[in-house]
Design a protein around this ligand. Structure first.
Ligand code: THU
Length: 126
C-alpha cells in the first residue's frame, strides 16, 4: 500500500473532525494486514476528558470489525506541522504491535517511525 494513499485518506478523514473546543483537526488512516483501511478523526466533548483522538477512533473501528493485525497508520493534523500521537494513543496502539509503521506529513515533508521508536521500553503486560 502506498504511503501517499494512506496520507490522502487521513486528510479526508481529518475534514470530518468534530473539534468544537480546540478547533484542531486530526485525521488518521489505519492499514490492517487484511488490506482494508479504517479512518478516524478526533471527536471532542463538552466534558473535555471525554474527547477521543483520531488514532483511537480508527483503531476502534478496525478492531470492532474483527481486525487484529496492522501494518501502518498515517496521521495528519490541521496545525501545519507534524502531528504526533499523544501518550494515550501510543500506549493504546502498542497493544496491537510495536512494529506498526507511523507516517506523518506536515504539508510538505513526510516522516516515518515505528511505534517502538515512539514508545521505547513499552509496557507490554505481565
Ligand atoms: N488529538 C488527536 O486526535 N490525536 C492525538 O494524538 C493528539 C491530540 C486531538 C485531541 C483533541 O481533539 C485535539 O487533538 C487537541 O488536543
Amino acid at each position: 500500500m502506498d504511503d501517499e494513499i494512506l496520507l490522502a485518506q487521513a486528510k479526508e478523514a481529518m475534514e470530518k473532525a468534530y473539534v468544537k473546543y480546540s478547533n484542531f483537526k486530526v485525521g488518521a488512516a489505519l492499514l490492517a494486514k487484511s488490506g482494508k483501511i479504517y479512518t478516524g478523526c478526533n471527536i471532542e466533548n463538552a466534558s473535555y476528558g471525554a474527547t477521543i483522538c483520531a488514532e483511537r477512533v480508527a483503531f476502534a473501528k478496525a478492531i470492532s470489525e474483527g481486525e487484529k493485525e496492522f501494518e501502518a497508520i498515517a496521521i495528519v493534523g490541521s496545525g501545519g506541522d507534524f502531528t504526533y500521537p499523544c501518550g494515550i494513543c501510543r500506549q493504546f496502539m502498542s497493544e496491537f504491535g510495536l512494529d506498526l509503521k507511523l507516517i506523518f506529513e506536515d504539508g510538505e515533508n513526510i516522516k516515518m517511525y515505528t511505534l517502538s521508536q515512539l514508545l521505547p521500553e513499552a509496557f507490554i503486560g505481565f
